[in-house]
Design a protein around this ligand. Sequence first.
Ligand code: GTP
Ligand code: MG
Length: 325
Amino acid sequence: MDLVTEVCRGNLRAIARTISLVEDLDPQAEELVDALYPRTGAATVIGVTGSPGAGKSTLVDGLISLERRRGGKVAVVAVDPSSPFSGGAILGDRLRMQTHATDPGVFIRSMASRGFLGGTAAATADVIKVLDAAGYQTIFIETIGVGQTEIKVVELSDIVLLVMMPGAGDEIQAMKAGIMEIGDIFVINKKDLPGAEKLLAEVEYSLSFKESAADPVGTDSGPIDNPILMTSAVHGEGMEQLLGAIDGYAGKLDSSGKLEGKRRFRLERELLAILNRKVHELMDVHIEVSKQLPGWAEQLYRRETRPYALINEQIRKFMKERKGD
Ligand SMILES: Nc1nc2c(ncn2[C@@H]2O[C@H](COP(=O)(O)OP(=O)(O)OP(=O)(O)O)[C@@H](O)[C@H]2O)c(=O)[nH]1
Ligand SMILES: [Mg+2]
C-alpha cells in the first residue's frame, strides 16, 4: 500500500497506520510527513482545553454533529496527559464521542503524551499534518489545560476554546492571566448548574484586563474580541451559537491576516524544534551524550571540570570529528 497516496485518498487504515508511525518516531515517518506536507494547509485546527471534566469531549461531540450536517469531515485528536494525577483516566472514558464511532467522515484518535515536553507537541503537529492531507477540514485537539505539554499542544491550534464549568474552581482559574491568554473563545459549559452566571461575570471581568499587546503575531489590525458563550453540551444547548462564534472568529482571523501570521509563527517554532531535536540526536550519536552524562556529572561533582568548559570541549571535539566526514 502506498501510504501517501492512500492517506490523500482518505483511506482510514492508511491514515491510522501513518499516525502510528509518526507517534512511534519511526524513521519512515519523516519521509511520509514531508511527502504529505504539500497537501496540507486547508484544515482549521481547533484546540479544546480546560479543566478535567468540564465537558470538552461532550462539546466536541456536539460540534462534530453540527459540522457533519454541513458535510465537512472532522477529526479529533485527544492528547492524554501522562501526569500521575490523571494517569488513571481511561482514554475511552475521556472521549464521549461514541455517537460518531461508525461515521466514516469522523476520525477520532487518542495520543498519550510523551515523557519530554517537545515530544508530544512535535508528534501532534505531524499527526495534524497527516489528518490535514487526508482531507479533514476541521481538526479538534482536546487536551486538559493543566500542564506545559497541554499548553504546547494548544499552541498548534488556529483557534483555542477554553472550556470552564461552574463549581470546579474555575472561578479562581479565570483570574490567572496565563490561562486566559491561551483562549480565543471562552465556553462556560454546564450552564444548567448553579454558579454559571457568576462564572460568566468573572470571566468577563478577567477578560477586560486581557492585554491585546500579548498578541504574539503583532498584526496591526487590532485585537479580535474574544467571544464568551454559555452552553449545556449534554443537553445540546448553545451549540449552534458556539459553532457560529467559531465560524465568526475564524473569519476574522483570516480576513485580518492574523491566521497567516499565526501559522507562519508556528512554522518557525516547529522548524526550530526539529532543528533542536536533530542537533541533539546528532550529538548523541557521535559522542553518546546520554551515556556520557553520568561520567561528566561525576567530574563536575568532583570539581575536576567546569560546566561550560566541558560542554564547549565536547562541541569542539564533535566539530573536529565531523570535518573528517
Ligand atoms: N450538567 C451537565 N453535565 C455535563 C454537561 N456537559 C458535560 N457534562 C457531563 O460532565 C461529565 C464530563 O464530561 P466530558 O465531556 O467527558 O468532559 P471532559 O472535559 O472531556 O473531561 P476530561 O476529558 O476527562 O477532562 C460527563 O458526565 C458529562 O455528561 C453539561 O452541559 N451539563
Ligand atoms: Mg474529554
